[in-house]
Write a protein that binds this ligand. Structure first.
Ligand code: SF4
Length: 188
C-alpha cells in the first residue's frame, strides 16, 4: 500500500484517459502535499457536486460581492449553469486542503503550472484570489495571469463535494476555530 493511498479517491470512481496512469495523477497530489497541503486527493469530476444555488450565496451574504475580478459579479463572469457545462468537460483533478488561504492559492496555481508543462494545456486551478491585500476592482486586475475564480464562483457546492470525499469541512461556530480552505485543480 503506497503512502498516498489515504489521499486517493476510490480508484474506480476516477476515470483517466489518454493512457494516463493513476501514478501520473498521484504525482500532482504528492506535489501539493510536499508544498504544505494538509490533504490532497485525486478526484473524478463525476464526484464534484454542482448546484447553481451557489450564486445565491455569493449575491446575498458575501461581503466581497461586486468587489473582485474573480467574483461572479465581475463583468462577463460565467454564470453557474455555464460554468458547470464547461467544468464537466474535464475528467479528473486534485482536491487540496490547507489551513492557510494564500498557501491554498499558491499550491493550486503551481500544480496547474506543472500540469500545463507536463502536457495538460487545459489544466485549471480554482481558489479565491488572495494575491492583493484588497482587490483593485474595477481597476484592471494586477495579476491576471494568476488570478482564478473559486469553486463556488463556478457552481461547485464545496461543502457537498468535500464531504463526499470524507474530508473535514464545517461552518465555523466560534472565532477561535481554524478554517479549512479547499482548492481544486482540474487537470485533464
Ligand atoms: S490579482 Fe489582485 S486585482 Fe486581480 S483578482 Fe486577485 S486580488 Fe483582484
Amino acid at each position: 500500500m503506497s503512502l498516498l493511498d489515504k489521499y486517493i479517491s476510490p480508484l474506480n470512481q476516477v476515470s483517466l484517459s489518454k493512457g494516463d496512469s493513476m501514478e501520473k495523477a498521484e504525482k500532482y497530489a504528492r506535489i501539493a502535499l510536499e508544498m504544505g497541503a494538509k490533504d490532497s486527493k485525486v478526484i473524478s469530476v463525476k464526484d464534484l457536486v454542482f448546484d447553481p444555488r451557489t450564486l445565491l450565496k455569493c449575491m446575498y451574504g458575501c461581503e466581497e460581492w461586486g468587489k473582485s475580478w474573480t467574483c461572479p459579479s465581475a463583468p462577463k463572469a460565467l454564470m453557474p449553469w455555464e460554468a458547470e457545462k464547461i467544468l464537466k468537460k474535464y475528467n479528473w483533478g486534485i482536491l487540496i486542503r490547507t489551513q492557510d488561504p494564500k498557501l491554498a492559492q499558491e499550491i493550486s496555481f503551481q500544480v496547474e503550472m506543472k500540469a500545463f508543462f507536463d502536457g495538460y494545456p487545459l489544466a485549471f486551478s480554482m481558489f479565491d484570489c488572495y494575491l492583493c491585500e484588497t482587490c483593485v476592482f474595477p481597476d484592471p486586475c494586477r495579476f491576471p495571469e494568476k488570478a482564478r475564480p473559486s469553486m463556488q464562483a463556478l457552481s461547485i457546492d464545496v461543502y457537498a463535494t468535500v464531504k463526499k470525499q470524507g474530508l473535514p469541512i464545517e461552518p465555523l461556530k466560534t472565532k477561535g476555530e481554524k478554517p479549512n480552505y479547499y482548492a481544486l485543480v482540474l487537470i485533464e
